[in-house]
Design a protein around this ligand. Structure first.
Ligand code: HSE
Length: 300
């Protein structure tokens, strides 16, 4: 039996659309066992009742991609999914499923794929690498597709950094949250984001959290998505007023994530209260960045 643990991830970190992500200390576990025939899927934890129990399951689909690539064909498969990552909330639940499926299948097939191949295959299933790379590698990862290749570099999260995450009680399908984006942006907005993302990477690398207020601003996606997340702008403003160093939509949303090294309880309270005042129930969590990525807990 193979047991793999994969962290939740937050993508974009504000201006780093499709190229920046960070792993969080909240985990999904995938257990994979070859069986004599057929497919059995058990799921417990977050979103268990919504998880597909047939061949359309994302963990299974990702595993099949590996089996085809390495020409390994188990008779049947039993999957047990133990989930902590909220589903379709902007915290990398689909990434955790894909990465869990790919890594478990690769181990079952004898570990023939390299780390680079694992990240590339998982990114091709997801469509973009910004959640996948930190889910595999841990920490903060910058990743870019270039000439059919994936370039990535990891930054260790700054000491003392924690995230206050407000998770609304409604899901937001990533496709919907991407379809609302414009096909073109102004030169001015592109320049705005280029400066912020460069400042953000430098600030994270140097552990200078005082820069995050400016460095996590975005003009490429967040305002377009605010129509899908009631109260978003007010929650962002309230978290900053309560002392957050920086705050942004997490991935494609609807979760909102504040980066801070103090005032955790106050920030959590105002984020939850502000969502509530805008008619949205939410669950608020304080999470540390996960310096480690996906790992095998058991191989036998
Ligand atoms: N970068 C992606 C987005 C993350 O914002 O759409 C969500 O998958």
């Amino acid at each position: 039996m193979i047991r793999v643990q994969v962290p939740a991830t937050t993508a974009n970190l504000g201006p780093g659309f499709d190229c920046l992500g960070m792993a969080l200390e909240l985990y999904n576990i995938v257990e994979m066992l070859p069986t004599p025939g057929g497919l059995t899927i058990e799921a417990t934890g977050e979103g268990a009742s919504e998880i597909q129990r047939d061949g359309s399951n994302l963990v299974y689909q990702a595993a099949q991609r590996v089996f085809r690539q390495v020409d390994y064909h188990p008779d049947g498969l039993k999957l047990r999914l133990i989930n902590q990552v909220p589903v379709a909330r902007g915290l990398g639940s689909s990434t955790a499923a894909i990465v869990g499926g790919v890594i478990a299948a690769n181990l079952l097939a004898g570990g023939r794929l390299s780390l680079k191949e694992i990240i590339s295959l998982a990114s091709s299933v997801e469509g973009h690498p910004d959640n996948i790379a930190p889910a595999v590698l841990g920490g903060i990862v910058v990743s870019v597709q270039a000439d059919g290749d994936l370039k990535h570099l990891k930054i260790q999260p700054p000491p003392g950094l924690k995230c206050v995450v407000a998770v609304p009680d409604f899901p937001l399908v990533t496709k919907v949250s991407r379809d609302i984006l414009p096909s073109q942006v102004s030169f001015q907005d592109a320049v705005f984001n280029v400066g912020r993302v460069a400042l953000l990477v430098a600030a994270l690398q140097q552990g200078d959290l005082s820069m995050l207020g400016t460095a996590m601003e975005d003009h490429l996606h967040q305002s377009f998505r605010s129509v899908l997340v009631p109260g978003l702008k007010k929650v962002l403003a309230a978290a900053k007023l309560a002392g957050a160093r920086g705050v942004t939509l997490s991935g494609a949303g609807p979760a909102v994530i504040a980066f801070t090294d103090s005032n955790f309880d106050l920030i959590a309270q105002v984020m939850g209260d502000t969502f509530r005042q805008n008619g949205v129930k939410s669950k608020v969590m304080v999470l540390k960045p996960s310096p480690i990525g996906a790992r095998a807990l058991e191989i036998k």
